[in-house]
Design a protein around this ligand. Structure first.
Ligand code: DGJ
Length: 729
């Protein structure tokens, strides 16, 4: 990722075929990955154009023949009249900007990662835009961002400051958006674009993905298909308000403009100050959406999530087990039960703190990070010890950026919150945001996390929550003329705190959570091992939520918990096996009170957890292939395949009762056609006949499984199957 890039001096001979070149006096700059190519070119005025984005070309030097190039970063105010990527008002009031190319450089910043930097300057003003294209060769991912600075006498106002503008010229465009709400995240909807604008945006500042996620799929060959057709997948690496704008113009060409949402966020840029935009990450596939996902996953495990090469731990979380109602004895018992079932960690959730204003509900105590001795007389240290005595690790919930007005923190620092003078406090979940534009507040937030991790080195895991978005967007810290900077300064504050936490506590596992999946992006994830995608733990809902999530994010980082029935959110009753089989397709955890389980359920769970350990490496590090979408089938199925295609695991879920039996074949993918695979059912239900039994222990070739497929019948709603495939020597 750009924040952590390592600059290596270019020992580049082996990579010469990746490099830009000059032809016919024009600069032609090719940004390449293994299979894709983005070609830029200058003209006789030195204006910079995008001339191609798509499959890798054999002869990009022929790009000087291109008929209809589009400006790389169209700016407001000159001959360009459509939606602009940049709108700056110069110190003398001139509202226009005309950027011209002045040079570029390429360096290898890591093995297989090239950074192409292109400099432009306004044709009149000392106003500079530098473009960054970081290309990840093996993963086919491009990371693009911009730096803006000037040396004018006076401030420049920025009104539009996109991270990237991409241009397409196709007869038809289809966009898949991902939207939702609390406990209802990641719905996928595809629409054909028509003339005009389609905007996917958030104005929430924090928890910015709550309604609209900053991820998209753009299909260029009709509705997107899993294994065919040209598709661009993109996601903005920014945990604040975002805007992804698709504009089909008067000649049916498409401008895609992505970046921080400029809404109410105009920026006063001082002389020599560098304004850096977040990055747009995108990948192009000529073979459908499956490849888009695999590109992102491969990239993420190397660059996009914290320590993407480390095995993620199973855990039991007490949130749905107890909510705020617990004490030391009850937690000790749960820790014992978690260990008995072979979980690796116990996670203590909300409600353990607050003395003057105890956190016994979400109405009070947030911000007062002193242990509540009435609930926990021996403090956090005791629970850490209890966990260790039971042979498991301990994790702690924090929501350090937030405060209840009923707290000592708010009583002492009312000016630390985001809010506007003369306006009523607007509470969401009875709480306010702390103002991370304020360095004192940043220190406080860092201090909360640092204190617990330093005082209790036995804490292995932090769940970092954030349960509201920004309203009343004012800062008591920022000067009057910079109030509109709050949206950006707050994110910068968060990033600086995360940076400090990771610098001092590199070993701790961290989960990012935001009342579910409100904060999920590739700016935040490089600091976190995993994320909580939804407070909705109902297994049927999760089939859909996780389906959408894994278009961009790897299953290794997606925490999925088995919870009680009827489910607390949906009231749905599903079998324990189905709940496990859904959670085992990602990072397995549990969110229920073991005391309420029967001995049979405990035994089943213990066995399921052991089964998860047997397939965990394939789920967490394998390549994902989607087989049957829950959106279009009564049976949903996907599979993970190990690196060498010597192991695979298939998940199938029956979503609707099939009176005559659902016999949809699972035509497998990603296997080696020449290998022979032994089939084994994982996490069998001892109490019921398995329609898979006739296939148990049989061996089939990869070729057969990828043509004829795996065929077994499923009848009941919430039937599920996990099948492990092991290549035979
Ligand atoms: C919202 C989270 O998503 C839940 O898992 C839980 O941690 C609660 N917050 C605690 O308040």
């Amino acid at each position: 990722m750009k924040q952590t890039r390592i600059l290596l001096l270019t020992a580049l001979l082996s990579l010469t075929n990746l490099f830009p070149f000059t032809v016919l006096g024009d600069e032609v700059i090719a940004i390449r990955t293994k299979d894709t190519e983005l070609v830029l070119r200058t003209d006789e005025h030195n204006y910079l154009y995008q001339v191609y984005f798509g499959e890798r070309l054999d002869h990009p030097e022929q790009m000087h023949m291109t008929a209809n190039p589009a400006r790389v970063y169209p700016a407001f105010g000159t001959s360009y009249y459509n939606e602009a990527a940049l709108h700056a008002v110069h110190a003398d009031g001139n509202t226009s900007t005309e950027l011209a190319y002045t040079g570029h450089a390429v360096e290898e910043v890591q093995e297989g990662v090239l950074l192409t930097t292109i400099d432009t300057r306004d044709t009149h003003y000392p106003f500079f835009v530098r473009f960054f294209y970081q290309s990840y060769y093996e993963d086919n991912v491009i990371e693009q961002w911009v730096e803006i600075r000037h040396q004018e006498e006076g401030d420049v106002m920025l009104y539009q400051f996109a991270s990237a503008h991409l241009h397409f010229n196709e007869p038809v465009y289809h966009v898949t958006q991902f939207h939702g709400n609390w406990a209802d995240e990641m719905h996928m909807v595809e629409n054909k674009l028509t003339r005009g604008q389609k905007v996917l945006d958030s104005k929430l500042g924090i928890r910015s993905n709550q309604f609209a996620h900053s991820h998209f799929l753009l299909s260029l060959d009709g509705p997107a298909l899993e294994d065919a057709g040209r598709v661009v997948g993109g996601t903005l690496a920014w945990p604040g308000s975002h805007r992804i704008l698709f504009d089909v113009d008067e000649v049916e060409e498409l401008q895609l403009i992505a970046g921080i949402n400029p809404h109410a966020s105009w920026y006063r840029l001082e002389k020599d100050e560098v304004f850096e935009t977040p990055a747009l990450l995108y990948t192009f596939s000529a073979h459908g959406t499956g490849e888009v996902s695999r590109n992102f996953h491969r990239w993420a495990m190397k660059h996009g999530v914290y320590r993407g090469d480390r095995t993620r731990l199973t855990l039991l979380n007490n949130w749905e087990a107890t909510y705020f109602d617990f004490n030391q004895e009850l937690l000790s018992e749960i820790i014992g039960d978690a260990a008995e079932m072979d979980f690796e960690l116990f996670l203590l959730d909300d409600g353990w703190f607050g003395t003057k204003h105890p956190r016994n509900s979400d109405h009070a105590g947030l911000g007062d990070w002193e242990v509540n001795r009435e609930k926990l007389p021996d403090g956090i240290g005791y629970l850490v010890e209890e966990s260790h005595k039971n042979g498991i690790r301990f994790g702690l919930w924090l929501e350090p950026e937030m405060v209840n007005p009923r707290s000592e923190l708010y009583e002492n620092h009312p000016d630390w919150v985001i809010g506007q003078p003369y306006r009523d406090l607007h509470l969401l979940r009875n709480q306010l945001n702390l103002d991370l534009a304020n360095p004192e507040v940043r220190d406080f937030v860092f201090g909360v996390v640092d204190r617990y991790l330093s005082d209790y080195p036995g804490i292995s895991y932090i769940k970092w929550d954030a349960n509201r978005f920004i309203t009343n967007p004012g800062s008591y810290y920022l000067p009057p003329q910079d109030q509109s900077h709050l949206w950006i300064e707050n994110v910068r504050g968060l990033m600086s705190v995360l940076e400090r936490v990771r610098e001092k506590h590199p070993e701790v596992f961290m989960m990012v959570c935001s009342g579910g999946g409100g904060r999920l992006d590739y700016a935040t994830l490089p600091y976190f091992d995993e994320f909580w995608i939804s407070d909705n733990t109902d297994a049927l809902s999760r089939v859909f939520i996780q389906w959408g999530t894994t278009f961009f994010y790897p299953a290794m980082a997606l925490a999925s918990h088995v919870s009680v029935v009827p489910n607390h959110i949906t009231q749905r009753i599903t079998p324990l096996k189905f709940r496990f089989d859904v959670a085992m397709s990602a990072k397995l955890g549990m969110d229920l009170q073991p005391r309420d389980m029967s001995p049979e359920e405990k035994a089943f769970s213990k066995n399921a957890i052991q089964e998860y350990y047997k397939i965990r490496d394939i789920v967490q590090f394998g390549e994902l292939y989607r087989l049957l979408s829950p959106y279009t089938n009564d049976r949903a199925a996907m599979m993970y395949v190990s690196d060498q295609a010597d192991r695979a695991v298939v998940f199938a879920y029956q979503l609707k009762k099939a009176i005559q039996g659902n016999k949809q074949p699972l035509v497998l993918k990603g296997l080696d056609p020449d290998k022979n695979y032994l089939l084994r059912e994982v996490n069998k239900d001892p109490g019921s006949y398995s329609w898979f039994t006739p296939l148990e222990g049989k061996v089939y070739s990869g070729d057969f499984l990828m043509k004829y497929g795996l065929r077994f019948v499923m009848y009941n709603e919430y039937d599920s199957k996990i099948i492990e495939l092991t290549a035979q020597p």
